[in-house]
Design a binder for this molecule. Structure first.
Ligand SMILES: NC(=O)c1ccc[n+]([C@@H]2O[C@H](COP(=O)([O-])OP(=O)(O)OC[C@H]3O[C@@H](n4cnc5c(N)ncnc54)[C@H](O)[C@@H]3O)[C@@H](O)[C@H]2O)c1
Ligand SMILES: O=C(O)C(=O)C[C@]1(C(=O)O)C=C[C@@H](O)C=C1
Length: 358
């Protein structure tokens, strides 16, 4: 029987545990976390076979997954270098930065241990074991960074096949440069926008509560975990500072265009962004077709939608609520694998629901 040891059973660690469970029920999972409630939840919900608060059991592991905040992953790598581990063990992590982690992992390769840096490019602003899901990473990119050329990724991708992720190999510097721009800086922007709004409205009783879709969709990720994000920023400091400076310059340029009332330059600014944003989903997600509808915030409503589609043998490949406007309604995203299925679903659902967009 093979054993997986997962250190950090939060959103990502528990999502991987759930996906491993579904795909390889014979594999034993040992979960380690500093949070007692997390471990109790994991036991109760059969996410792990054994729970520990330290490295107990790591010497039995065929796979070790480090899934705590990046600063802790670096400490865990150093600790593993001094422990007795099973021969042939594959060690990986899920941290959102890679250069400092791959640097730290040199102590493992010096001991001839296999380390494959990992980073699933999917997640949520929610954290903790209860937010994890077996399909969290489905269809998302999952970056792999073998620490040595001889490291074979096939056993790891076999273990994590149940995630249905799309594997992509990157170098550590390539990785950190990309995520600084598309993940790290956006989290800073979202958090600062919320903080600045809070400050701007300090004497305004209505304030942020009246915010609609625009503010909510730009700032959703501001609700992310502060421990995780402060660790990320300090582990990708130079690249984040570079991209942040460039972003600030961009904002200043827009300010100057507004000041000058340069309508045509402002039009070009929005036009360029619109064209880029609209092309974003096309190559990576094809052939997926989205349908967005407003649904009332009532229990049983999603089941009703899926039931209406099932009657016509229409299958959905993904479904999620994008936004819940407290007690009023939310936007439901349905994903189909053909345009015809999406259009047929729209015709069926439009009788009862408002279609927001396709
Ligand atoms: N949240 C995302 O969207 C996302 C996406 C991809 C990768 N990541 C990365 O995954 C990692 C985990 O993030 P998450 O979102 O699952 O966070 P989380 O807060 O949901 O989970 C982290 C878990 O680690 C535990 N932990 C903290 N210190 C520990 C320690 N010393 N020993 C054992 N457990 C410890 C916490 O109790 C918690 O259960 C981070 O490195 C993060 O950068 C996050
Ligand atoms: O969907 C979200 O809430 C996320 O923030 C996920 C997200 C991101 O897209 O930036 C967050 C951190 C990661 O390392 C990878 C994915």
């Amino acid at each position: 029987m093979e054993t997986v040891f997962i250190k950090g059973l939060g959103l990502i660690g528990s999502s991987l545990a759930r996906a491993i469970r579904q795909d390889h029920p014979q594999i034993q999972i040992i979960a380690s976390d500093v949070n007692e409630e997390t471990l109790q939840y994991a036991k109760k919900n059969n996410i792990a076979d054994r729970v520990v608060t330290d490295m107990t059991g790591v010497d039995q592991a065929d796979y070790i997954i480090l899934a705590s905040p990046v600063s802790q992953i670096i400490k865990d790598i150093a600790a593993l270098a001094n422990l007795k581990l099973k021969s042939g063990v594959i060690i990986t992590d899920v941290g959102s930065t890679k250069q400092t982690i791959m640097q730290a992992a040199k102590v493992l390769t010096q001991r001839n241990l296999t380390f494959i840096g990992g980073h699933p490019m999917a997640g949520s602003h929610k954290s903790g074991v209860q937010a994890g899901r077996a399909d969290l990473i489905e269809n998302a990119y999952y970056f792999l960074l073998p620490a040595s050329e001889s490291a074979d990724t096939s056993k790891l991708t076999w273990l994590l096949a149940g995630t249905n992720a799309k594997w992509l190999k990157l170098t550590p510097s390539q990785h950190d440069k990309i995520v600084a721009q598309i993940s790290h800086v956006p989290h800073i922007i979202a958090a600062e926008l919320v903080n600045q709004t809070q400050q701007a409205f300090k004497d305004e009783p209505v304030g942020m509560r009246v915010a609609a879709g625009g503010f909510k969709s730009v700032t959703r990720i501001a609700a992310s975990d502060p421990t995780m994000w402060s660790a990320i920023l300090l582990n990708n400091k130079e690249l984040i500072l570079k991209q942040l400076t460039s972003y600030i310059t961009g904002l200043e340029n827009i300010g100057a265009l507004i000041e000058k009332e340069d309508r045509s330059a402002l039009f070009d600014f929005f036009k360029r962004a619109k064209v880029s944003r609209e092309s974003l989903n096309t190559p990576a997600r094809a052939p997926f077709y989205d349908l967005f509808l407003n649904i009332p915030d009532k229990s049983g409503e999603i089941a009703r939608v899926t039931g209406m589609l099932a009657k016509h043998q229409l299958s959905i490949i993904n479904i999620q609520i994008l936004e819940v406007r407290e007690d009023i309604n939310g936007i439901l995203q349905l994903v189909f694998n053909t345009e015809e299925a999406r259009d047929q679903a729209a015709r069926i659902l439009e009788k009862d629901y408002e279609i927001v967009t396709r």
